[in-house]
Write a protein that binds this ligand. Structure first.
Ligand SMILES: *Cc1c(COP(=O)(O)O)cnc(C)c1O
Length: 382
């Protein structure tokens, strides 16, 4: 039987045509497609946000922390159950990460743990919408307001997700950062988008995205000032998105409603057909809210008679790819050693980690493929 990969991008002829058109156009780096993608993305979210296209979400998170003024010695609070990119960007700025535990039901950052981690060095909270389910942002904003902290959302999983009826990207945080990495809910190969409502932050991020130059190359070739003239106002980065990636992203964004619907369908079938097994299934979004379903993370319940590693092996033998999201950062040598972290400081994330498996959920997955995943899980756990 053919192997079912953990994830596979959903790229059709329209995406291929869009990329081919840009490649024939004579302009392949940041230009009209990137600008149009930013406009499409901002319009898609609505609410008057500005969108800044970058070459990865990691770059976007770095730009956001730089723009809010994170300095050496500052501290940002983030969940331990995330990808290292969420907090490595603080280290780029010689700031520190304060890693905290997550909520047992949602696996998103636990607001009570945020509160307990605040020190005079704390400058920002970086919540991550785990798996595509929005964090308790009401609690996060309340803490941020009371302590004068910025909120920068790692929204890599959260396109599209809602919190209290508002799309992630439209909430009143300093910035939210989406990822278009190959396995995310839409892709540009590599890429990301920062959104903000703050004009000054947006301007700073646009400048720092391209070498600290105050206008990008396309502007120079369009405007009436001499094309050769530009000004460097800061030691910026090389984080701009190419028009090739943006063309791919524009088509994927148009297909997003179709993608969301398929992901919801796959998640609903998993819930219906796995609920009698000794598993903790991922939390649904509250009624009326949207879950982006980037990941489908199951956890073995106490009654299960197999271990996480045994189940991964059984699924692999059945030709099914899985993953684990994530090895918590407190177990990663760099973070563990830098902050002397121990598993007992993060009981919820630790317990979840020991029992979790991410099973395939991607729009290009067929009903038959999902049926095989369900059958293999039922056979292994019955
Ligand atoms: C994918 C991901 C990122 C990084 O995204 P890139 O676009 O690959 O830089 C950051 N945080 C989380 C939680 C992610 O899943």
């Amino acid at each position: 039987m053919p192997f079912i990969a953990f994830a596979r991008p959903d790229i059709g002829q329209a995406e291929i045509n869009a990329v081919a058109r840009v490649m024939r156009s004579g302009w392949v780096t940041t230009g009209p497609e990137t600008r149009a993608f930013e406009q499409d993305f901002a319009a898609h979210l609505g609410g008057g946000v500005q969108a800044i296209a970058v070459n990865s979400a990691t770059a976007g998170l770095h730009l956001a922390l730089e723009a809010i003024g994170i300095k050496p010695g500052d501290q940002v609070i983030a969940p331990t159950l995330t990808f290292t990119a969420t907090v490595e960007v603080a280290r780029y700025l010689n700031a520190d990460a304060a890693l905290v535990d997550v909520d047992a039901s949602t696996l998103c950052i636990d607001p009570a743990c945020i509160e307990a981690a605040i020190t005079p060095r704390t400058k920002a909270i970086v919540p991550m919408h785990y798996g595509g389910l929005a964090c308790d942002m009401t609690a996060v904003f309340d803490i941020a307001r009371r302590h004068g902290l910025y909120v920068v959302e790692d929204a890599a999983h959260a396109l599209p997700a809602t919190c209290q009826g508002t799309l992630i990207g439209q909430l009143p945080s300093a910035a939210a950062v989406f990822s278009f990495y190959a396995n995310k809910t839409m892709t540009t190969g590599e890429g990301g988008m920062v959104v903000t409502r703050d004009t000054a932050l947006a301007a700073r991020m646009r400048t720092m995205r391209l070498h600290g130059i105050n206008r990008d190359a396309f502007d120079r070739f369009q405007s009436r000032t001499p094309a050769w003239y530009y000004e460097v106002v800061a030691p910026g980065f090389k984080y701009n998105m190419t028009d090739i990636a943006a063309a791919l992203g524009r088509v994927q964004l148009q297909r997003l409603p179709e993608f969301v619907q398929r992901r919801q369908q796959l998640a609903a079938r998993y819930r219906a057909e796995l609920q009698d097994l000794p598993l903790i299934l991922p939390a649904d979004a509250p009624p009326g809210e949207t879950h982006a379903w980037h990941l489908y993370v199951i956890r073995l319940a106490d009654q299960a008679r197999v271990t996480r590693d045994e189940l991964i092996q059984t699924l692999s033998d059945a030709g099914i790819g899985t993953s684990v999201h994530y090895v918590p950062l407190h177990r990663q040598p760099y973070w563990r050693d830098r902050y002397n972290l121990e598993p007992k400081q993060f009981p919820v994330a630790e317990r979840a980690y020991q029992r979790m498996i991410s099973i395939p959920l991607f729009t290009a997955m067929s009903d038959d493929e999902q049926g095989r995943v369900i059958a293999a899980l039922r056979a292994a756990l019955r």
